[in-house]
Write a protein that binds this ligand. Structure first.
Ligand code: SF4
Length: 492
């Protein structure tokens, strides 16, 4: 039987990890389907790819919806004679199968290859081998290539009206670096074929490559042997955790005393051994002393699409569409809750800013978790809505970042597992978590908002999701109140 052909995506998989490649061909059913977050990334990539076709209009989409390689190749051969731009044309050579985003006819019976990426810059270590693989296959299949380009999103693009693809994309000529790589492709394909044909999976240990350049689909499978509180949860552990694993040390609690740890990592290990949180009382007191009543607890939810939805916004710019605000007017008072969730398909920023400006007290502290995010969003909103600049100038100095004491390990609970994120801190401190909520993290909030706002859904479904969004965002600010209350107790 001839060896199976290697597509450009499996070629990239093989470059990341030969074990992943082996599974792809020998135990595909064990590779989980992409989750919603990853699927959303793929969907955005598809949208960007379709937009890029307008850079070279008047072309032909080859075999839309067909995945059988032989059929796509046969259709390509029929259409290629027309000398029109080709979208998704396919070729094979030496066991490699390449479906090219865009092929552009140029003088001398040659073609330019254009690979489309939905990133805002060229990532040499991933994008160049990708294009080199395609160039190798096309050259072998008899296609005369003049130049190779990478079309990625222009990171300076700002939308004004309908998207102009010529301004939205940046075309980078990668002919020269790609030509330096094509010589190695044949050998790499041969090596991958040997991996695929092996009777058993290669013995590859987990390592930094599991998340670089992409988080591997087999992550859960390969990492499942790790105990809770493993050495890989070391705070900013870098390669230290993997070195410890190589020495046979899996548990954080088993790290020998002679292994140098940073102060925070040492706190992590000590709290685990003691089964007690670390509390720096004076530092917590100093942190809490900044808080002035009324205290406003504030959290935003945002969306950020590759192709900007609104005028005066850029690719992937985080546009706020929701806030939750809990106000505690004086010590011991019940919190008052105000919220905003944009309605309709227009730009949510003007109403968002108006409502926030209306409800946020003009005095007292404004507490957020990871304040640079909220401050950054407000600054960006003020750029397009300058009438809010004077108001923002009165807000910014009052912002207190609740992440600070956790990032600085002024308080650390072993259940945080080496992270200071609110999703870890809230349950560790209060026992309250997000498990019972339909929406449990910001990415899902954004996806769900986009789905029910711009997609085809029933009124009942839209209403249900909007309720879920209110609950999720509301818990973030309520959670901050609980965290501050707990810190007060510890500080005492
Ligand atoms: S999780 Fe890591 S070791 Fe396992 S297949 Fe993926 S990259 Fe390879």
């Amino acid at each position: 039987m001839p060896p199976p052909s290697i597509s450009k995506s499996t070629f990239l998989m093989g470059r990341q990890c030969s074990k992943l490649l082996w599974f792809r061909y020998n135990a595909k059913d064990q590779i989980p389907a992409p989750d919603e977050a990853l699927q959303a990334v793929f969907d955005q990539g598809t949208e960007v790819g379709i937009l890029a076709q307008q850079l070279f209009p008047g072309g032909v989409v080859i075999a839309p919806g067909i995945i059988d390689p032989q059929e796509v190749i046969a259709q390509t051969q029929k259409v290629i004679l027309s000398r029109k731009p080709l979208y998704e044309a396919a070729f094979s050579f030496h066991g490699g199968y390449a479906r090219v985003d865009i092929l552009v006819p140029v003088a001398g019976n040659a073609w330019d290859l254009v690979e489309v990426k939905s990133t805002t810059q060229l990532k040499e270590e991933v994008h160049l081998p990708d294009v080199a693989f395609q160039a190798f296959v096309l050259a072998g299949a008899g296609v005369k290539l003049r130049k190779c380009f990478l079309a990625h999103i222009n990171n300076e693009f700002v939308r004004h009206g309908p998207i102009d693809p010529q301004k939205f994309f940046t075309l980078e000529d990668v002919t020269q670096p790609v030509s330096m790589m094509t010589g190695d492709i044949e050998e790499q394909i041969d090596a991958m074929q040997r991996v695929i044909g092996a009777k058993s999976q290669p013995d590859i240990q987990i390592g930094p490559h599991c998340d670089n350049p992409y988080t591997c689909a087999l992550h859960e499978h390969c990492w499942s042997f790790l105990p809770d509180a493993s050495v890989l949860t070391l705070y900013r552990g870098g390669s230290k955790g993997f070195s410890l694993l190589k020495r046979g040390i899996q548990k954080l609690a088993d790290i020998p005393a002679d292994v140098p740890l940073t102060d925070n990592q040492a706190i992590q290990r000590a709290t685990l051994l003691a089964g007690q949180p670390h509390i720096d009382g004076p530092a917590l007191t100093a942190f809490l002393s900044q808080l002035e009543y009324p205290i406003s607890y504030l959290d935003f939810e945002t969306l950020g699409t590759a192709i900007p939805l609104f005028d005066d916004s850029s690719p992937y710019q985080q546009i706020p569409f929701q806030f939750s605000l809990h106000i505690v007017r004086q010590p011991g008072a019940n919190p008052e809750h105000f919220s905003f969730l944009a309605d309709g398909t227009g730009d949510p920023r003007p109403d968002f800013m108006r409502r926030l400006c209306e409800k946020l007290p003009t005095i007292g502290s404004v507490v957020t978790y990871n304040a640079s995010f909220e401050i950054g969003r407000l600054k960006q909103c003020c750029e397009v809505l300058p009438e809010f600049k004077p108001w923002f100038r009165t807000v910014e100095p009052r912002v207190v970042d609740l992440l600070q004491p956790f990032r600085g390990f002024r308080y650390y609970h072993p259940q945080q597992n080496g992270t200071a994120s609110m999703k870890a801190v809230l349950p560790a401190l209060t026992g309250q978590g997000y498990d019972n909520l339909a929406i449990q993290e910001g990415g899902a909030a954004s996806r769900e908002y986009l789905r029910v706002t711009y997609g085809e859904v029933t009124t009942a479904e839209r209403r249900r999701v909007r309720q879920d969004l209110e609950e999720y965002c509301g818990l973030d600010t309520l959670g901050m109140i609980q965290i501050v209350d707990q810190l007060k107790r510890f500080a005492k």
